[in-house]
Every structure is written in structure tokens, then in C-alpha cells.
Design a binder for this molecule. Structure first.
Ligand code: 9MR
Length: 459
């Protein structure tokens, strides 16, 4: 990497010395390169990620699509029947909006991360519960999402339909019903079926293919198929492009939705080089299929990946290492997207709190068991915010009991205060004041680690 050409400071790409390589390619971000090719390049992000300034700097600079890792799943959104919790998902949408990213909703119907009340319902109540969950959730996010994974992971490895509460109640028909219900609630969102181990041609992808063919022939609203792409290094299926192509030929979009490429730890340079080839091959497969709309990786960096906990001994599965430095796969991805080989990859640095685009002043009033806290947030950046989310950490023993001018979730620990309808817009230089009342058990100190839309705030 040559020091002269490109660095990322505080999440913004600064390109210098382009010379003969001027244009979209040299030193460009993944999203710029992808957009120049007519696709997106995305990542999964969780609510916890929003408080990590290094991560959000990379995410905001490099990706133009966000999939909430967990925040729109049934167990988060409707933990008990008819009780909805959109705060976590809303915070992901706010971050995305503030950074010019689109959002893939994930997901409406899935056998996993399904609250137990659903699987405990009498069979004849499951359809109504599914339809209300879909209608309420898709209506809440109407107009805010690019796409929904309406049904997630419906198949077993042999291509048989996975047996769950939904098949028990409705048989295969639950899939068409879910798609129609989602379409009625948000006609503009692209509606997807999403699964893993369907990237190459085989029994499972054949089953998905037949299902999509049948749904299309019945006029069921289906717009796309998501290929998760949780790969093992060196094992990207050779039939990937042909498989994406045959689905596209059915008249649906295709997308790589959860790309990662796991390596047995410790990752050596041979494995990292193979991973670079793998990422490059996946991007090339998408670019080769005109209805492939984009590629998303699952987690911003290796430290955020689900792999080490799900596959002990494996990891290093993403484009960025544990310190958010780009790995060989990053440059290979940029090159596959049309970047100039050998040009420096942007080196993200954690957001410098001194360069943060926000300032917080706060005042606490305390009594023996309680306190009130008023917080004034100033947007010290140069662009207006359309939505904001202020993350902070409450001292141990404090629990918020009520608040004003923001919604607070959760009520202790790492809290996020999200704008309400009347104060979401925060012009450059503008301030807004919010507050809350909390109980405490002896420590009435002010919160710490304020961050606005992921950028650390000065105080
Ligand atoms: O990334 C998600 C992780 O945080 C959860 O623990 C896990 C639980 O199932 O789900 C992960 O995301 C999954 C996604 O929703 C669907 N495809 C497989 C992903 C990895 O498990």
C-alpha cells in the first residue's frame, strides 16, 4: 500500500495523487465501485454495532446497504403476542438513512429466533398470528426498506420443506400467504425468499428453484431470491454463476445476502489469499448476472462475525480484520468491482472523538434513589441529520423509568435514545434537548460514551 494515495479519516474517504488512475476506480469505496457497476455492496449491522465508532466509520464509508443482523426478527419485533418493539430496527434504519444507505429487512417469517409463543399456539391460530405479524411489521417499515426477506431458510438440506409451526399449520402454502400479506402491507418493497446452501446447483437449490417457478406461475408476488453465501475458504461452488443465472431467468432478482468466507484459525497468508480469490469470484458472479442486484457481507469486520461462536476454531471470515483494517479480500473485492489493481485500499481509522460531529452537554439532578438527566445534543458536523440516535452507557444500578423528547431502549446499560417525530431533523450547528428520569442504587453519575449516529461525541 502506498501512503500517498488514499486514507480514510474519520470515516471519510480522502483520495489524493490519483494521476493516471483518476475516475471511479482508484482508491474508491466499495459502494462507489459497486454503484458504478449498477449494484450495491452491503453489510449486516446490529444495534450493538452502532456504538462502535471504528465499525460505524467503516460502515458509513464503504457500504450502501444495511441488513439488520437481529433487530427485525420476530423474537425482537413481537416478543409476546400483539406487543411490538420496533426500537432496535428503527435505530438501524436511522443509521442507514443518516449515511445514505438502503436497508434490506430481515426477516418476517423464520423457524429460528421465533418467540416460543408462536410455536406454542394451537395450529389453527398460527396463520392469523403470522399474517398480523407481517402486516404490522411491514406496515411499520413501509416505504423505508428496499427489500424484505419474507420467508427465511424454508428448506432442509435435501430440498424437503423444513417442518415448523408454519408448515404444520398451512403446509407449503404459508410461503405464498406470507408473500401476499407482505405485498399488501408494503407494495414497494422487493419481496425475497432467502436461504443458505443454495448458492450452487444441488438438491436444496433445485427445491428453491421449483418453489420460485411455482410461485411465479401462480402470480404470487415474489421479487427475488437471496443466496446467503456462508462459505468455507476455497469452497465457493463452481456453479454459482450458472445457478444465479437460472434463477434470474425465472424473472426474479438475485442477491448475495450474507457473504462470509470462514478460515480455520489462525489464518495464514495462503488462506487469506484464497479468501481474496473467493470474494472476487462471488463479486464476479454477481456482475455476470444482470439481475443480480448486489452483494452483502454478514458483519462489518471479523470481530463482528457470527462465525467464531457458531464454528469454534474458525473465523477471519469478512473483509476487515479485528481492528477494521482491510484484508487481502478487500482489495480483491474492490478490484473485482472495477477498481484498479494495486491501488491502495482505504485504511479506516477509528473516529477521533476530537473530530466527532456532535457535542453533548448534560446536567444531572439527583436524590437518594433517583435522578433526572437533561442532555443537549449539538450537531457539530456540516450536514443536516434526518434522523438521529444517541447511544450512551448508563452507570451500573441506573434504570430509566421515563423520558422526554426521545425514546429510550433498553432502559439500563448501553442505551440508545432515538429521536421522536418532531425532533429528528437536526441541522448543521443545531441543538436539541432530551432527558430522562432514572432510579439508581447509589451511583448517580452521568452517562458515558455518548455517540450520535455511531460517531463519538465530545462533551
Ligand atoms: O448474525 C446473526 C447472529 O447474531 C444470531 O446469533 C444468529 C442466530 O440464528 O443469526 C445470525 O444471522 C443469521 C441470519 O439471520 C440468517 N442466516 C444465517 C445467519 C447466521 O446465523
Amino acid at each position: 500500500m502506498s501512503a500517498a494515495a488514499a486514507v480514510v479519516a474519520a470515516g471519510a474517504l480522502v483520495v489524493a495523487g490519483l494521476g493516471a488512475h483518476a475516475g471511479a476506480a482508484a482508491g474508491s469505496s466499495l459502494k462507489d465501485l459497486a454503484e458504478a457497476k449498477g449494484i450495491y455492496f452491503g453489510t449486516a449491522m446490529t444495534q450493538t454495532d452502532l456504538g462502535n465508532a471504528s465499525l460505524t466509520a467503516v460502515a458509513g464509508a464503504q457500504f450502501d446497504m444495511v441488513t439488520p443482523g437481529n433487530e427485525m426478527k420476530w423474537d425482537t419485533v413481537e416478543p409476546s403476542r400483539g406487543t411490538y418493539n420496533f426500537g432496535p430496527g428503527d435505530r438501524i434504519v436511522s443509521f442507514a438513512t443518516a449515511h445514505g444507505m438502503r436497508v434490506r429487512g430481515h426477516n418476517l417469517v423464520w423457524h429460528s429466533q421465533l418467540p416460543s409463543w408462536v410455536s406454542s399456539l394451537p395450529t389453527n391460530q398460527v396463520q392469523a398470528a403470522m399474517e398480523s405479524h407481517i402486516t404490522t411489521t411491514a406496515t411499520h417499515y413501509k416505504g423505508q426498506l428496499y427489500a424484505w426477506d419474507v420467508v427465511n431458510e424454508p428448506f432442509n438440506e435435501d430440498g424437503s420443506l423444513r417442518q415448523d409451526a408454519f408448515t404444520a399449520a398451512m403446509g407449503t402454502g404459508y410461503i405464498a400467504d406470507a408473500l401476499r400479506t407482505a405485498h399488501a402491507a408494503d407494495p414497494a418493497a422487493k419481496l425475497y425468499l432467502n436461504d443458505y446452501n443454495i448458492e450452487g446447483i444441488g438438491a436444496k437449490s433445485n427445491a428453491m428453484y421449483s418453489l420460485v417457478q411455482s410461485l411465479k406461475s401462480q402470480g404470487v408476488p415474489i421479487d427475488g431470491v437471496g443466496f446467503e453465501a456462508h462459505f468455507i475458504v476455497g469452497q465457493v461452488p463452481s456453479t454459482l454463476t450458472a445457478n444465479l443465472q437460472r434463477f434470474a431467468a425465472l424473472g426474479v432478482d438475485v442477491a448475495v445476502t450474507e457473504l462470509d468466507d470462514r478460515i480455520q484459525l489462525p489464518a495464514n497468508s495462503t488462506a487469506l489469499a484464497q479468501q481474496a480469490t473467493d470474494y472476487s469470484n462471488v463479486v464476479k458472479a454477481c456482475l455476470a448476472v444482470s439481475r443480480c442486484v448486489g452483494v452483502s457481507q454478514w458483519g462489518v469486520g471479523d470481530a463482528d462475525s457470527w462465525i467464531p461462536s457458531a464454528f469454534p476454531g474458525y473465523g477471519a471470515a469478512t473483509l476487515y480484520d479485528n481492528s477494521y483494517q482491510p484484508k487481502p479480500a478487500f482489495e480483491a473485492t474492490a478490484t473485482a468491482l472495477g477498481g484498479t489493481p494495486g491501488t491502495p485500499t482505504p485504511t479506516p481509522t477509528p473516529t477521533d472523538p476530537g473530530g466527532a460531529s456532535c457535542k453533548v452537554t448534560d446536567a444531572v439532578n439527583t436524590w437518594n434513589t433517583g435522578l433526572t438527566e437533561n442532555i443537549t445534543i449539538t450537531n457539530t458536523g456540516s450536514t443536516a441529520l434526518a434522523h438521529w440516535a444517541l447511544a450512551f452507557t448508563l452507570p451500573g444500578g441506573q434504570a430509566i423509568t421515563s423520558g422526554w423528547n426521545a425514546t429510550y431502549s433498553p432502559t439500563s446499560g448501553n442505551v440508545t435514545a432515538t429521536n421522536v417525530s418532531y425532533n429528528g431533523t437536526l441541522a448543521a450547528g443545531a441543538s436539541t434537548t432530551i432527558g430522562f428520569q432514572a432510579t439508581h442504587t447509589g451511583n448517580a453519575a452521568a452517562p458515558a460514551a455518548f455517540a450520535l449516529n455511531g460517531a463519538a461525541c465530545s462533551r
